[in-house]
Write a protein that binds this ligand. Structure first.
Ligand code: CTP
Ligand code: C5P
Length: 395
């Protein structure tokens, strides 16, 4: 136990009482959730500040999810104690003091404002900054890139991409030649430990009413969250079946799903309503499945028309047994809707990704001069960002 009574954090230093994390949390993904999970190990109480759409547009380019969606989604991540809406883009000592936080936590990467200033410079200089490990292989820019490209490069190596396609992929940070180590092609590797760290660990009591839902849960969004919250209300324990990549691809076609099975599993596990997931759930919710998991109710959302294909009814067994229920999620957002937002604003997102990659390349050059120490404040000039070439290979 440390002298302040909260014990030691993973870095061996005393934990804080209240600690602060902030960010955009656009297209909230498991990299964000993992940052929040790690941060919770540094304090008794975790406050997450989320920036407004206006601040993000000014400093980084337009977000894909609205602030209302981002606030609700961060609030539902299981390790978050409180969300501060509209947190300033630059983190100051004044903000930490206002919310009674001992220090702030950020992944070990660099965040710059529109002028190229490190947004954590002040708290770094005042010793109120500590770091978590950034999750390799996922970023909002990469997800946006995957959608803009609509290729399968995020699932499998495609050596036959045309030169033009390759170049577009490179600039959008989704190919093997990467723009920066922060926003590169998804090479996320799931381990049993990562899954364990994300899992609720709760087992159902014999008297628990177990609810089962299933789906692709690709590009997890506000509609998914609302659906899971409604489903959870109908019982005591929620199991979420995540359909395998080939199952989803067989009814959606194209390059769907955008996120791989393990990415989708971790994303869903991070949310409070979910107690357990089935990794690569079968399309059919069979009698065997219902008995094996002791399922009392199979719940499906009715906002979104289910899969239009010739497969047999996936929920036939549940309907026959009288345990099938439809719920209103109250949101008409879909994975396709998210993709449409991006396609509609294609130009803006391409510019955003390119600018971000250039700025990151300049930040990395500056970081090399600091021997890679991300806990020190850096500043880059507009000229340095313009000069920087995000073409270097990062392996
Ligand atoms: N983060 C992380 N691992 C990732 C992505 C983000 O640890 N793969 C962390 C960031 O370091 C930061 C927090 O999540 O502490 C919030 O990140 P955000 O402000 O949304 O910005 P980005 O780092 O730019 O996220 P992304 O690259 O996905 O746009
Ligand atoms: O489309 P997907 O398979 O990801 O959907 C998973 C579940 O979430 C389905 O039951 C779907 O009806 C539900 N959903 C919802 N409201 C939304 C989006 C999805 O109820 N806006």
């Amino acid at each position: 136990m440390s002298e302040n009574g909260y014990g030691l954090a993973p870095d061996g230093r005393p934990k804080g009482n209240k600690v602060w994390v902030d960010g955009c949390f656009d297209m909230v993904h498991f990299g964000h959730a993992n940052q929040i999970r790690q941060s919770k190990q540094y304090g008794r109480y975790l406050i997450v500040g989320v920036h407004t759409d206006k601040e993000i547009s000014l400093n980084k380019g337009p977000p894909v999810f609205t602030e209302t969606e981002r606030y609700a989604m961060v609030r539902a991540i299981r390790w978050v104690d409180e969300v501060v809406e509209g947190a300033p883009y630059t983190t100051t000592v004044e903000t930490l003091d206002k919310h009674d936080c001992d220090f702030c936590l950020h992944g070990n990467d660099i965040t710059l404002d529109a002028e190229g200033h490190d947004t954590y410079a002040e708290v770094k200089n005042e010793g109120r900054y500590r770091e978590t490990l950034r999750t390799q292989g996922v970023s909002t820019s990469d997800l946006v890139g995957r959608m803009l490209l609509l290729t399968k490069t995020h699932h499998e190596r495609d050596d036959h991409l045309s030169d033009e396609h390759s170049e577009r992929a490179r600039t959008l940070s989704t190919s093997e030649d990467t723009a920066s180590p922060y926003t590169r092609v998804s090479r996320f590797v799931a381990t049993s430990r990562t899954i364990l760290e994300f899992a609720s660990g709760r087992t159902p009591k014999p008297s628990d009413r177990i609810v089962y839902v299933c789906g692709a849960f690709d590009l997890f969004h506000y509609g998914h969250l609302r659906f899971l919250e409604e489903a959870r209300k109908l019982g005591d324990y929620l199991i979420c079946g995540i359909l395998g990549d080939s199952t989803v691809n067989s009814y959606k076609g194209g390059n769907h799903p955008i996120m791989s099975l393990h990415e989708r599993v971790l994303t869903v596990l991070a949310y409070r309503p979910v107690d357990e997931v089935v990794i690569g759930a079968p399309y059919m919710v069979s009698d065997e499945m219902i008995d094996r998991f002791n399922i009392s109710l199979v719940v499906v959302g009715c906002e979104v028309p289910h899969h239009e294909h010739d497969c047999p009814d996936a929920f036939e067994a549940a309907k026959r047994r009288g345990i099938y229920r439809e719920v209103e999620s109250g949101s008409n957002l879909t994975t396709e809707g998210i993709i449409e937002r991006i396609i509609k604003n294609r130009m803006e997102y391409e510019v955003r990704n390119r600018k971000k990659a250039k700025k990151e390349a300049a930040a990395l050059e500056a970081l090399e001069r600091l021997q890679g120490d991300t806990t020190k404040a850096i500043k880059i000039t507009a000229e340095a960002a313009e000069r920087a070439e995000p073409t270097r290979k990062w392996v």
